[in-house]
Design a protein around this ligand. Structure first.
Ligand SMILES: Cc1ncc(C[n+]2csc(CCOP(=O)(O)OP(=O)(O)O)c2C)c(N)n1
Length: 281
């Protein structure tokens, strides 16, 4: 259980991550708003509490690894990395511009703190398991965290990974699914119903946690604590989230997957977020 003070800090960090997302999108004029905003609370928990990393030494061998397998949510990760001190906040305004270190999808060759290049859905899960296996072979006791989208779970590669991790005893792997119920242009259960994801992964040999409010920092941290107590299995944490969470123009908007964000819209969204931050205190 995190303390009340920590909870407030993480809630504030999540709002700051959303603000930095809006700055990026507003400057570019467009972006993957829905899937970035749904995972900002997780980004806050990871970079504000869970990950054992050092922004001054991004290549530190013993660090925990985080792979943003749903690579189109790069802006949420970039916001968290900048706020953690990996690079200056002003650099966020270069998102997806020519010559940038922040391409729309995460790229390990460009951005300090990014451990794997992603964007082709499903592949980050395989790469992450490869990284976890390498760490295990080296005798490191770090964790590898991977974030999948719910739509991403339609990829066949995900199910190869589901089989592989328990079979190879990759027990220091914690996989999150950002279950925001929507993918690019439709509802998950209409495009290809995933059924009960936890039940399915359990039959493959995983420990699972179903988090009722995946936008609640306390519930996210508790699920990770529970996962770490299970030492003999990899863990899957399903986060029930809201696509486009936190901004009036995007939350509940069915067209929020990749949408225009005029500067004025971003400005209003930032004002809305600043107000929510003031209300936290
Ligand atoms: C292999 C592959 N197929 C298609 C795409 C195009 N694509 C990008 S995002 C997306 C939808 C992903 O949905 P989901 O995983 O639910 O992400 P979220 O809703 O969290 O943004 C698709 C189909 C891709 N990036 N990779």
């Amino acid at each position: 259980m995190i303390s009340n003070e920590k909870k407030r800090q993480l809630q504030e960090l999540a709002i700051n991550i959303r603000i930095q997302c809006m700055k990026q999108f507003g400057h570019l004029g467009v972006g993957h708003v829905g899937g970035s905003l749904s995972c900002c609370d997780l980004m806050a928990c990871l970079y504000g509490e869970i990950l054992n990393v050092d922004p001054k030494n991004p290549g530190w061998e013993e660090r925990d690894r985080f792979i943003m397998s749903k690579g189109h949510a790069g802006p949420a990760m970039y916001a968290a990395l900048a706020l953690k001190g990996y690079f200056p906040e002003e650099e966020l305004l270069t998102l997806n511009q020519p010559g940038t270190n922040l391409p729309s999808h995460t790229d390990m060759n460009r951005t300090p703190g990014v451990d794997m290049t992603t964007g082709s859905l499903g592949q980050g899960f395989s790469s992450g398991l490869g990284i976890a296996m390498g760490c295990q072979l080296k005798g490191l006791d770090n964790y590898t965290y991977i974030l999948l989208g719910d739509g991403e779970c339609d990829e066949g590669q995900v199910w190869e990974c589901a089989l592989f991790a328990p079979a190879k005893h990759l027990n220091r792997v914690i996989v999150f699914v950002d279950f925001n119920n929507r993918q690019l242009d439709g509802f998950i259960d209409e495009v290809l119903d995933l059924g009960n994801l936890c039940e399915k992964f359990e039959t493959f040999g995983w420990h699972t946690v179903d988090v009722a409010d995946g936008n609640d920092v306390e519930q996210i941290c508790s699920a990770v604590e529970a996962a770490k107590r299970v030492e003999e299995k990899p863990s899957l944490i399903v986060l029930r989230t809201v696509k486009g969470k936190g901004c009036a123009f995007s939350e509940g908007n069915p067209l929020n997957h990749n949408m225009p964000v005029p500067a004025e819209t971003a400005k209003e969204a930032i004002e809305e977020l600043e107000k929510r931050k003031a209300d936290l205190a």
